[in-house]
Ligand binder design. Structure first.
Ligand code: ISE
Length: 351
């Protein structure tokens, strides 16, 4: 029988997961929807056979027609909702962030560890992108020898009006925090953030772009350009440099078109026409990582149905990301490198 899923939060990400599960994911059905705007959940539920809206998020989690939960709600609501999932013993796929601060993230890690079984997966979807997986494979099999450093570029065309400078760290840069931990298999120990002159088209007061520099436990270097108001499109690239070579992912090549250049073709000299070559860049994370989300959700559904509950980044990864981002927010304020403050994983048996 299908895994019965409640999706909490039907904004851009939640609605995308609902569409994915109803149209593509095998072995799963959405039975319950919840949103802080009840009409939104009701409207969407009415389009899915056997699905209903429940107004209270905690009731949605506890509902007997729900085996597992997807949290696509705003970050500040995650702590309560995650605790309710742990209490009910229901597996949960939580979109990042795990929670919005380090102390509550650590609390979640501890509560899950006390249960003695993993229930929480965190939605760091890039780990499921085919190019990320390929690059990770090449690092792990020693193709590049000792990995030395990574350069990341993370650009968004625009961000919602409430987005502030700290959110560039906690909402956007958090993906490179996780990608760094994924590729190098070690913790980040220090963060520095440089805010050069802001984009004149960025909203007043937003420090954008930001350049982040991470140092890892073994002393590896990572730099990230995070620029969320480019006005262009969604661009996410990585270059990894190792002792024996380097590799690039995220080139956004898509469909490349070769076209007549309207300006040049007016010159009258048919032998000297410079054409133009253009590719398409995805507009947002929904398209750029669409396949990665499909793989992420299918593997999570399979893991839950097998009884493993998690197949990907977990609560510890969410906590580590929160700790690095907290240091990042401080680094943004002070301009100085900040040490990441984290407990050791070994100090929490079962984490
Ligand atoms: C958004 O929340 C995401 O997770 C996207 O992947 C990221 O590119 C964007 O900057 C965030 O706001």
């Amino acid at each position: 029988t299908d895994l019965r899923i409640a999706v909490l939060g039907v904004g851009m990400m939640g609605a995308d997961h609902v569409a994915r599960i109803t149209e593509r994911t095998k072995g799963a059905t959405v039975t319950v929807l919840n949103d802080y705007l009840p009409e939104k959940a009701e409207e969407l539920a009415a389009t899915i056979p056997g699905c209903r809206a429940i107004n209270d998020p905690l009731d949605a989690i506890a509902d007997p027609d729900v085996d597992a939960v997807i949290l696509a709600t705003p970050g500040p609501t995650h702590e309560k909702q995650l605790l309710a999932c742990l209490e009910a013993g229901k597996p949960v796929m939580c979109e990042k962030p795990l929670t919005t601060d380090v102390a509550t993230s650590l609390e979640i890690v501890k509560r899950e560890a006390e249960l003695g079984r993993k229930l929480i997966q965190v939605g760091f979807m890039r780990r499921f992108d085919h190019e990320y997986e390929q690059l990770k494979g090449l690092i792990d099999d020693g193709t590049f020898g000792q990995p030395l450093l990574a350069h990341f570029v993370h650009r968004n065309p625009a961000v919602p009006p409430n987005f502030d400078s700290a959110m560039i760290v906690k909402d956007s840069l958090v993906h490179e925090v996780d990608a760094t931990r994924f590729f190098f298999d070690e913790e980040i120990t220090s963060v520095q953030i440089i805010a050069p002159g802001s984009n004149p088209n960025a909203p007043e007061g937003l420090k954008d772009p930001q350049i982040a520099i991470f140092t890892t436990e073994s002393g590896r270097h990572v730099d990230v350009e995070c620029f969320v108001t480019t006005g262009v499109a969604y661009e996410v690239r990585t270059e990894l440099v190792g002792e024996l070579g380097s590799a690039f992912i995220g080139l956004d090549q898509g469909l490349i078109r070769k076209q007549r250049n309207p300006v040049q073709s007016d010159t009258g000299d048919g032998r000297k026409i410079a054409g133009i070559s253009t590719g398409d860049i995805t507009p947002s994370f929904v398209e750029r990582f669409g396949v990665a989300y499909d793989v992420e959700i299918q593997r999570w559904v399979n893991a839950v149905r097998r009884g493993d509950n998690v197949d990907g980044p977990g609560a510890w990864d969410g906590y580590a990301a929160a700790a690095v981002c907290a240091a990042g927010v401080k680094a943004l304020e002070t301009g100085q490198p900040q040490t990441v403050e984290m407990v050791s994983r070994a100090s929490i048996p079962g984490a």
